[in-house]
Design a protein around this ligand. Structure first.
Ligand SMILES: [Fe+2]
Length: 451
């Protein structure tokens, strides 16, 4: 058996591109794992693996967990870490790389960098036919176009063109080659980057398309409790996550003393009947969904986020200005025109409601994390929120999740006419505005959920 290479990443695009890079290198068997724990299971049952190339940030077992397992159980197995995060931020990788069999690829990486790692580990030159690189036909079947000419190898020096760059790939013809025992197409080395770009574009397009088609998404509305659930599934939150979030909400509500005024306020929040309650529910569910994709989160994290979402605007429910001016509830930025046009007293109420809601929460339970989350729920990137106006790097990682979920929910509910175009616009704006500092984690989770 040839060397097996285990590729580990929770991002489908990266796994595909990495597979193409590795396939083009030599006769290696490629094994795929979508999490650190899945990779550990594969390693336990497969002793032929000669190299692990792993991402760091994954929901079910990180690259750090995997590296620790490899070092304890297979100390000589070469390990390459590929990550968007600088090594110095990753505690498990202090002093990494420790030897020539260990490598670090910072995303985004190139085919040359990946081949460099393979050459170092397997001590060989890239591809024997230096004019051509190989692509498995079974891999090509996933794409509709190559964007380049493709050839079949007849002998050591003879290649015949069988696919024109502009043609659609025909699955039936590809199957015929496979039936004849032909496993590879060959692509000119100079064309390989164009081919990878074409594959990447096609994958990205598939992954960024909404889960529902236009007709289904047109039915989605965020103006009632029933529609809220349907809407959340339509934007990519799984049924499992929604069930989890509902159980957490029920347990939070059942722990509030029944006869207290707060119990009545939170019941209103849970109802989904008003803008403010729909915003709370959507924010809480979205925050749990975002947290599920963040490596350091657990059930305790979800509970804190959901509690903060239920309480964050509780103060508004007992405030006269909000009853008279519902539009005040929609102010989320300190530099917004709407806030600037309010009389100073009203501005003060808007800017103070986070603190007032946190104080209300404090009468029910003493929890500093949740208190701070409620206070911070209107902070925004670049210090454009309130009341503290802190910057993205100073916002806590936990608060960043709630804030991301809050702003996204606010924009989604605010879409008068909900359709693919409106959703795509909200999605793209969020990714553009919330990709700095501690917002990076929720932003990456968000891309996963909505793809
Ligand atoms: Fe608020």
């Amino acid at each position: 058996m040839n060397d097996a290479i285990l590729l580990v990443d929770d991002n489908a695009t990266i796994l595909e591109i990495m597979s193409l890079y590795v396939e083009s290198f030599g006769d290696n068997v490629i094994l795929i794992a979508k999490s650190g724990n899945e990779a550990i299971d594969i390693l336990k049952s497969n002793e032929k693996i000669s190299l692990v190339i792993s991402d760091f940030n994954m929901p079910d077992g990180t690259g750090g967990d995997l590296y620790k397992f490899v070092k304890s159980n297979f100390p000589d197995l070469p390990f390459t870490l590929q990550s968007a995060e600088p090594l110095e931020f990753l505690d498990e990788f202090i002093g990494f790389p420790h030897s020539t069999k260990e490598n670090y690829l910072q995303k985004p990486f190139s085919i040359d960098q990946v081949h460099g790692v393979l050459e170092a580990v397997f001590s060989t030159d890239v591809a024997s036919d230096n004019k051509y690189v190989r692509v498995l036909i079974s891999t090509l079947k996933k794409y509709s176009k190559t964007g380049v000419d493709a050839f079949i190898k007849l002998s050591e020096k003879k290649f015949v063109k069988l696919h024109h760059f502009d043609d659609e790939l025909d699955e039936e013809s590809l199957d015929k080659y496979l039936a004849k025992g032909i496993e590879y197409f060959h692509i000119l080395e100079d064309d390989f980057k164009i081919f990878i770009k074409s594959c990447q574009d096609e994958l990205d397009q598939k992954l960024t398309s909404p889960n529902l088609d236009a007709a289904q998404l047109a039915q989605v509305k965020f103006n009632s409790t029933d529609n809220l659930l349907e809407g959340m599934q339509a934007i990519g939150i799984s049924e499992f996550t929604l069930e989890q979030a509902e159980k957490i909400t029920d347990s939070i509500v059942s722990n509030i003393p029944k006869k207290s005024d707060i119990a009545a306020l939170i019941k209103q929040m849970q109802s989904g009947e008003t803008y403010i309650s729909r915003l709370s529910l959507l924010t809480g569910n979205m925050a749990v969904a975002l947290a599920e994709n963040v490596s350091w989160s657990n059930r305790g994290t979800y509970e804190k986020l959901m509690t903060a979402a239920l309480f964050m605007d509780a103060a508004w429910l007992s405030q006269k200005p909000a009853e008279d001016n519902p539009e005040l509830l929609e102010i989320t930025y300190n530099d917004s025109k709407e806030l600037g046009q309010c009389p100073p007293l009203i501005q003060e109420v808007v800017l103070n409601h986070s603190h007032s809601s946190a104080e209300l929460f404090d009468t029910v339970k003493s929890d500093g994390d949740i208190y701070n989350l409620i206070v911070d729920h209107h902070e925004r990137p670049e210090g454009r929120g309130f009341p503290k106006q802190v910057h993205s790097s100073q916002i806590s990682s936990l608060a960043a999740i709630l804030i991301f979920a809050h702003e996204f929910s606010h924009r989604l509910i605010g879409c008068g006419e909900f359709n693919i175009a409106a959703f795509t616009e909200v999605k793209q704006d969020m990714i553009k505005e919330f990709s700095t500092g501690n917002f990076k984690d929720p932003c990456q989770s968000f891309i996963k959920i909505c793809s």
